[in-house]
Design a protein around this ligand. Sequence first.
Ligand SMILES: [Zn+2]
Ligand SMILES: [Zn+2]
Length: 294
Amino acid sequence: MMIRFWGVRGSIAAPGADTAKVGGNTSCVEISCEGSGGEVTRIALDAGTGLRGFGESLLADATRRAAPGHVPQVKLNLLFSHYHWDHIQGLPLFTPLYIPNTELDVYGPSFGGGVEGVLRSQMQAPVFPVEYTDLASRVLTHDLTAGQSLEIGCATVRTARLNHPGGVFGYRIEHGGRSVVYATDTEHYACPDPALVKLCQDADVLIYDAMYLPEEYRGETSMSKVGWGHSTYEAAAEVALEAGVGRLVLFHHDPCRDDWAVVELESRARALFPNCSAAREGQILDLPLDACAA
Ligand SMILES: [Zn+2]
Ligand SMILES: [Zn+2]
């Protein structure tokens, strides 16, 4: 199982010299796993601006593998946590959408109009020049409900509804005895959210929203962020400890937090949960298959 971070920023892209090391693209995480017959399942978690680079990489790879004179074939499964801009805005610029051999399966929560309703409203005049109904690729949409389990290729996926204005889904993805939980755009209040603790029980990796410093969240530096639907490294460590998570990855960085401030946040988090790091664009985590689960 392989995890690659294509976009780690929250709310809005934050390009520039001060964020170049951590990365400025918004949420997009790749999970890839290989089945027993060698077939590879690729999943994109969210379609923030980071999806553009992922698309270019998939296309370059498919072009290398295509027979001379044949159209390259890209297959991808995309899971939306929710439909806020920073999680959807990379999709219209995902180049494989415009290539006939592309097969894209898009999954997301049934709330907010469901997947197809969101795609249609995102790709239409006057906000975009190409209509969703005119795409050359084959796009299939799948609405999900909270608590649902499903198979996507060689991976098993489970959903849970978490705390965010308008709703959000967290996902647990399992393959070969390994498990990754993606829980962004969520907060818990007085105690760790029981739905999230259950979702990430004994997970190998938890990718978690750590957008605010605790003092920012509580409103000690400016207005309180309670109820805005984002979290802190303190809350991340609490969830990880309670659920017995192996490794914690802090994600959805505030667009105002420069590279040095992310390193500072990371070192504060490590004092609470040592096996912890801040997600960086381009970073790859490999999870070898669990031999006992084969
Ligand atoms: Zn977000
Ligand atoms: Zn959001």
